[in-house]
Design a protein. Sequence first.
Length: 237
Amino acid sequence: MPSPLLLGPRALSLSIALLLTLAAPLASPAGAGAPPPPSAPEVRSLFDGRGLGPWRPSAFDSQTEVRVEPAFRGEGPAIVVPRSSYMAGINLDPGTPLPRMNYEVTLEAMKLEGGDFFCGLTFPVAASACTLIVGGWGGGVTGISCIDNSDASDNETTTGRTYETGRWYRIRVRVTPAKLEAWVDDEQVVDFETAGRKLDLRFGDIKHSLPLGLAAYETGAAYRNLRLRALPAGTAD
């Protein structure tokens, strides 16, 4: 090709255009070689509003008859656990696939009557399990059972709070390798580092809430919007 310096203006323009055309395939497209963006965490509904689905009444001796109300108190569907003389609740069928780490469970819970915990959320933690107690020990204690064999009323996660009857509370539990965390509405009530600590269920009937369950003690309760969200490994605590 003649030197561009020896060409007229029109030929020079054509030569430049030809060079740009030949060079175009050599340019890297935007983002080429970059890793794909992470996919959004999977959210799985655990209650379709039509029936118990994977849930079943727990095997407490004092278990009451659980029912699904399609329009609970004029709103959406809810699972209702009537008050019992001791404990009553629901738990997932043991065959239900569940993560044991890097996940969140969310739900809404309401105290219908009674004066003790209306949400005892039992959840897996690696090879063990724990329970988030909401409104226990006379109605005001929130915390995790058990840590180093200590109940929710007597360990670092213990907090006090007033819970109203007939009001929905948003509950969220997050399980990651470094921490157990929990929220009631927008308030974080548990932020517990688990390294070197023993995590387990309280001895006794709470075992009937495995592998994932909800229980109430001498208290009627309702639950709705039950969801499980898998978190990517390495999620920041």
